[in-house]
Structure formats: C-alpha cells, structure tokens
Design a protein around this ligand. Structure first.
Ligand code: ADP
Ligand code: MG
Length: 227
C-alpha cells in the first residue's frame, strides 16, 4: 500500500501555537541547565551528583522536543544553499553506524550519481535523514538491513530509506506525522511531523510503502540538479 503524506492544514494551526510555546520554554530551560551544571561543579556527594545528572538528562529531553517544535515556527527555510546531497546522507549514516551495529542492523548506501545538487538547508535536511534512518533501525528490534538508495527522475532525486522491520499496518499510515503519534515506549512522536514539514519547505514530497512484518520504505522526492 502506498500513501502520499501531506499534513499541511493539520499542522498549520497546532504548529504555530506549539512553536510559539516552544520558543518561550527555551530561555528558562537554558538557565536551568546552566545552574544545574554550576551546582555539579563542587558537589562531592555522589548521590547528589547522580540526581543532578538526571536533572540535566531530563532538561536535554525537553530541549529536543522544544527544538523539534521550533522547526514549525518557520514556514520557509531561510538558509538555502546549493549542496551535494550524497555526502550529507553519508554523514548521517556514519553518525548512526554505531547504533545500528549495536542492534544488529546493517546499513547500506547505494547512490546512482556522485553529485546531486539540491537547494537546501543542510542541517535541517540532516535532521530529516537522521529521523528516517533512526526510525528504520528502531523498527528492527531483532536486527535487519537498512538500505538508502538514490535515483533520478527527471529533475528530481528520490531518496529511499528501506528497512526490513515490523512494518506499519494500513490503517495506521494516515497517523504518520501526527504530533505525538508514537508506538514506542520512549518515543515522542515528533520526528515524522518535523521531517515532513522540512521536506515540504524544500518543495519535496514523502511517500511511504509498508507491509507488516516485511518492512517499510519511505521515499523522499526533492527537486535537484544532476551532474
Ligand atoms: P517516534 O520515533 O518518536 O515514535 P516518529 O514521528 O519518528 O516518532 O514516528 C512515529 C511512529 O511512526 C513510530 O512510533 C512508528 O510507529 C511509526 N514508524 C515510523 N517509521 C517507521 C518504520 N520505518 N517502520 C515502522 N514504523 C515506523
Ligand atoms: Mg522517530
């Protein structure tokens, strides 16, 4: 089954509000982090050290959520630059190599062209690939294979992220990208929402194909200049 994912309307309202709130949360969070780190400097009691570590970890967790939401504040990406997307993907894969190995997942990257220039905000795009590849790894609790492939279709590049994981039942496909939709114990259900938003702001599209117990492929299509 294949479904095109576009969530623009749903996101517009919730996104603007959430992004505004996220922005306001950020400043107090920064000062909480600063003071907790300061207290840690001359704390001798190991138990209190541990409590401060927990506080700092939890602050970091809130930070990740806040940063995800702040993506929604900017309807258009600002820092567009022409970049070769191939090394961008390679960087992301090498960042996740260790995590993949721990989970018995093999990462593969097959690209059709060495140079695929796209107008992009590189950091945002990295965040997108990171989210999709991480989701793929997390979908394979017993290990498996994750393939990233690029292919060229006219003036577009299609980047496919394919896993051999648990898959997604058809009736759940439309929930993908809804804020807080997660099936994971430690998930936050924001990764896809943010990723779809970023792809949209690059004039791209995302398609998903999935078969329960076989695996899932996310296809990202972006306008590109091919060398
Ligand atoms: P999170 O990873 O925090 O759960 P995401 O927005 O990244 O949030 O993903 C939302 C949900 O979509 C996941 O909890 C999972 O149920 C489903 N999902 C996303 N990617 C995959 C995948 N590759 N295989 C199976 N399910 C997936
Ligand atoms: Mg995720």
């Amino acid at each position: 089954t294949e479904e095109m994912l576009h969530r623009q309307d749903k996101l517009a309202a919730v996104g603007q509000l959430a992004a505004g709130v996220a922005h306001e949360i950020r400043n107090p969070l920064t000062s909480m982090k600063g003071y907790a780190e300061f207290l840690q400097l001359d704390e001798r009691d190991p138990e209190r050290q541990e409590f401060l570590n927990i506080i700092l970890d939890e602050i970091e967790r809130v930070n990740v959520i806040v940063e995800d939401f702040m993506v929604l504040a900017k309807p258009k990406v600002v820092e567009l630059e022409e970049k070769n997307v191939i090394p961008v993907i390679q960087t992301v894969l090498s960042l996740l190599e260790f995590e993949a190995r721990k989970k018995n997942v093999k990462l593969h990257f097959d690209y059709s062209n060495e140079i695929v220039q796209i107008e992009c905000d590189e950091n945002r795009l990295k965040q997108v690939f990171l989210n999709f590849v991480k989701n793929g790894i997390e979908a394979m609790p017993n290990g498996g294979e994750l393939h990233v492939k690029t292919s060229i279709h006219e003036n577009n590049v299609q980047i496919s992220i394919q896993d051999t994981g648990v898959g997604i039942p058809e009736e759940k496909l439309k929930k993908l990208g809804e804020p807080f939709y997660t099936t994971k114990k430690n998930g936050n259900g924001l990764g896809l929402m943010v990723s779809f938003k970023i792809i949209e702001s690059h004039n791209g599209k995302v398609f998903v194909e999935s078969e329960p117990n076989k695996g899932t492929t996310f296809n990202i299509v972006l306008p590109a200049k091919i060398a």
